[in-house]
Design a protein around this ligand. Structure first.
Ligand SMILES: [Zn+2]
Length: 396
């Protein structure tokens, strides 16, 4: 016996009594099949309802494709044969608003541009429909949005009809269906007819506003992101508080913030470039005066960063006959070894020996090498490298 779907004919029914006809494990949870249910199972782009069964949380609700039964997955175990189910009203209402809104918006794209909806997804934050076209302009999206919102305002009735499979060709459905038997059709008066198993509002006014929030290309189609009903209010509140916050931070009127942020960004880019130039000049100055002992510069820095260390080492080694052995104690101990063009020591070989003694990883060329993750004090490591660089490697 197939589960009777109470939500088919009354999506406003939020409590029901039913009998268990089968129990089965679903993963490590308890699954039950009822003779009838008001819980909507995940299908057709619409996620499942939540709620409770005998006071225990329903964690999932799915269709058993083979039997057409609905499996309720619950937290805990139920004994006995009869249950009382309660549907989470906020989630149900939200899904009804989004799904009915989708039918209205999809038909708006058909009516104005003759673009069918090829798929629909109802997400926790937003919903999407995919249109098989190359592009959708902001103006085209707004035209569909305006028609959709007019249909909402006209408060048209939304009726569930059942049409025999053989009569479906004349039923004027928005999209053909390959279902057999009686086809459940959602009929928005004088506007749209779609084969659908979802939960829908009874009049379009209950959908509330329909807002397109994004248009993006997805696999040779256009994905239109939208929200309906209470989600639009939440979105507007959030967008408003974000705008207010930016507006206060940069002292610009809310609708002037885009221009003001653009100007700030350009200024920031210029400043960043200028800082880089000044840093480079400062490094030149530091490198030219860096103290050398027998032509060797050694120093340990704290968190200066590997790139800056490399730049400094290279600049020091523009002085003839120079070797630079620099260390940085940041999140890990890093070293940079460099030599001037006229020096003979191979700093890559020097680094390899140093890593052999203190561990870590790294490599480079004869004139510039870097390593990281060494174990030991920076002084000890640099002394070791300094001794090596002065002559042949000491035998151990
Ligand atoms: Zn639908």
């Amino acid at each position: 016996m197939e589960t009777e779907r109470l939500y088919y004919n009354d999506p406003y029914l939020l409590e029901f009594d039913a009998n268990i006809i089968e129990t089965r494990p679903v993963g490590d949870r308890f699954g039950i099949i009822l003779d009838k249910t008001a819980f909507y199972p995940t299908s057709g782009g619409q996620p499942n309802d939540l709620g409770t069964i005998n006071g225990l949380p329903l964690v999932d609700c799915l269709e058993d494709e083979a039997s057409g039964n609905i499996i309720h997955v619950i937290e805990g175990t139920i004994t006995g044969s009869s249950v009382h189910g309660r549907i989470d009203p906020a989630r149900r209402t939200d899904h009804m608003q989004q799904h009915s809104g989708q039918h209205v918006l999809s038909q708006a794209f058909v009516e104005i541009f003759n673009w069918p909806t090829v798929s629909f997804h109802l997400g926790t934050v937003s919903c999407t429909i995919d249109l098989p076209v190359d592009s959708v302009s902001r103006e085209q999206a707004e035209a569909a949005e305006e028609l959709a919102n007019r249909i909402v305002r006209e408060n048209r009735s939304v009726v569930v009809r059942y049409i025999a499979h053989e009569n479906v060709a004349e039923a004027g459905l928005r999209k053909p269906t390959d279902r057999s038997g009686d086809i459940r059709v959602i009929d928005i008066a004088g506007y749209d007819r779609s084969a659908c198993g979802g939960t829908h509002v009874r009049i379009t006014g209950e959908i509330g506003p329909i807002l397109i929030t994004g248009i993006e290309r997805a696999k040779k189609q256009i994905r239109v992101e939208f929200i309906c009903g209470d989600r639009v209010l939440q979105y507007a509140r959030r967008a408003n508080s974000t705008l207010e916050s930016i507006s206060q931070t940069i002292s610009a009127a809310p609708f002037e913030t885009a221009r003001a942020v653009r100007a700030l960004w350009d200024e920031y880019q210029k400043a960043r470039k200028r800082i880089e130039e000044l840093e480079s000049e400062l490094l030149d100055y530091e490198a030219a005066r860096f103290p050398l002992t027998d032509g060797i510069a050694t120093a340990t820095f704290k968190g200066r960063g590997i790139e800056k260390l490399k730049m400094l080492a290279v600049k020091i080694c523009t002085r003839p006959g120079t070797v630079a052995l620099l260390a940085d104690e940041g999140d890990q101990l890093r070293v940079v070894f460099a030599r001037s063009a006229d020096a003979t020591v191979d700093v890559a070989a020097l680094l390899k020996k140093t890593l052999g003694r203190f561990g870590g990883r790294g490599g480079g060329r004869p004139n510039l090498a870097q390593g990281g993750g060494l174990t030991g004090s920076a002084d000890e490591i640099l002394n070791f490298a300094q001794d090596l660089s002065r002559g042949p490697a000491p035998r151990s």
